[in-house]
Structures are given as C-alpha cells and as structure tokens.
Design a protein around this ligand. Sequence first.
Ligand code: NIG
Length: 384
Amino acid sequence: MVLDNIGLLVTNDPMLDRGLLGVIRDASVVFDGETVVSVGAAGQTADERVDAAGRCVIPGFVDSHTHLVFAGDRADEFAARMAGASYTAGGIGVTTAATRDSSDNELRALALARLSEARRAGITTIEIKSGYGLTVEDEARIVRLAGELTPETTFLGAHLVPAEFAGRADDYVDLVCGPMLAACAPHSRWIDAFCEIGAFDVDQCRAVLRAGRAAGLVGRLHANQLGFGPGVQLAVEEDCASADHCTYLSDDDIGALVSGNTIATFLPAADFSTRQPYADGRRAVGAGVEIALATNCNPGSSYTTSMSFCIALAVRDMHLTIEEAVYAATAGGARALRRDDIGRIAPGRRADLVVLDAPSYSHLVYRPGVPLIKTTFVGGAVAC
Ligand code: NIG
C-alpha cells in the first residue's frame, strides 16, 4: 500500500540529513504488511493507494509511561488541588481500593476504552504499568490484563505501601521482591518503582530494581517528581531504560544522565495536573540529555491520553523547540523503551504513522486542544 501525496513527512531518519525530524516535502510512503518498504517522493506506486491530500504525516506517538489498568475516579481530588490542595502519593490508595473491587472483565473494558482513546490521539505504541493492585493476586492480574493490550508491560508493585502494610514498608518490599515479582515477571517486560518521599526510599527502590533484573526484567524508575532526590542517579546507576518525571533535576542529575544510558522521560501533563513547576527541558537538552515525552495517563496525577497536549506543554512551558518535542514523543519514546523498530518512518521499520489534519506538525502546538489526528496506522493497518 502507498500513502501518497503527503505534504510534509516527518521521518526522524538521521540518514536523510534533513534536520532532527528528517523532513521530506511532497512525499509518499510504501508499506508491505506491517513494515515500511520505501520512503520517497510523491507518486510511488503500489497495489492500493491512500491519498493524504497534502497533509502532514508523522511517526506514531510512542507513549512510554501510562497506568491504563485501573478503576474508580479521582475528579474530586483533582478539583481540590485546583482549589489549592497539594498532590501526595496517598491518592494511589484510593484507586487501589476501587481496582481491587473490580472484576477482570470490568478492568479489561475500562483499559480497552482508554486504549482506543489513545489510538484516536495518535499513540501507536503504549507502555502500561501495574501499581493499583498491591497484592500478589491483583498485581499479577493487572500485568496479565495489560499484556492483552501491549507487549510493553511494567510491574510496579512498589508504587505505594498499601494500608495493610502501614509501618512495615520493608516487609512489603520483601513481598514485592519475592512472591509478587514471581507472579508478575512472566507477564512483564519492565520493573518500576516510585522513588519519592511518601512512597519508597532509595534503598528499597534499588532492592526492587535488582530483584527485577535477576528475574529478567529491565528497570525504569519514577524519579524526582515532587522534589529533588536520589531517584535519577539511582536510575542511571542501575542502568534503567528511563527515569520518569525528572521535574526536579540537579546539576549532578544532569551529569549522570549525560554520562549514562538512561533516557529522561518528561511527563508535563502530570506537572499541569498537580500544579508542580514544569521541568526545565531546555536546560536538560542543552546539556546533552536524551529525552522522551509521555502522557502518564493515570487517574491521579495526569488523566489524559493526549500526546498533542504534552507536546504543547513541553514547548510552551518546558521551552523545547517544536521539533524537539515532536521527536521526544516519537523517537524519544522508542529510545525509552529500547526499541529501534518504531519511532521513525524508514525502510524496515514498523508502519506506525499518523496523518494529521494539518499541513504541518507545528499545528500540534499552534492549535492546542484541537483534535488534529485524522488517521492512525498501526502496523500498516488503519486503527482509527
Ligand atoms: O506517575 N507518581 C506516581 N505514580 C503516578 C501517579 C499515581 C496516582 O496518583 O494515582 C504518576 O504520576
């Protein structure tokens, strides 16, 4: 199939030597099944032709941080924050109670509805974490349900110490590193922990990451969301694929990220919804940190599947260029998931692309809040 008559094509292909986004004007893309076979000038031929009518086409968004499997609603907590209350990790317990009370089928239907919302928002690859079960059985069913939707599943048993372990955090960490990990590892690619005051300290997070690695999982870490702390440097030391949030970065954190193999994943919609200051993306990129942008879709700190909104915030409030933000939401997300088959449009890569109802990717920021995703192709097929 050929997607023809593309006015502006973002490839993210460094081989083209056309700036960060590898942009081609008047282009076409040919795919065979799930794979791109050719990228070139408009007018390439194939058995089937789809006309992009001069629109802009970009790689599908790679959302490397979500918590899509949960039940319940925390709109009241959000409203209280907008009236001046602060965000704390404790709200995770509210969602945990609602999630434990829901059947597999209820959770499956809720997560599926959020996944279709994400597809309509142009997200073609999605990572999904557990973290709202916090018992062996509930965490295992959440990663199993997540695995029905994506191969990018993350075991986040160390999200909050549940009420029944109050005052016994180390006992809970033992459970996470022992029976809970054993039950969740077969359904997970990644292991994560929430390194923050009110959640888990640096030693507990290190223990979780190391136990996960011994079980064959690769680390990622919630780090430096609500204040400065040891999380980012721990993520780099433990060779995590990603340190997520990074709202507060010291010079030492930036130095560690530059010298390590860990992507800094910014989640500006969480800073929006918790009234945190925005991360200084400009400073991080200027220092040479590799970054990603993700939605962090969850019921507490960031209930959105709109990567376009995250891109707009990253440009307006984190002072990234539009090109840096679009790259971070596509190729950056792929780096944060250690994938090289997605995040760019080039021969041999997955045919995951988005047709924008706009002549340029700049409209994602220029027209905030407007639904500009016209068509989402996942593996060469129209998903919506
Ligand atoms: O990434 N920070 C920890 N976990 C989520 C929020 C969870 C919640 O408040 O329910 C996050 O922001």
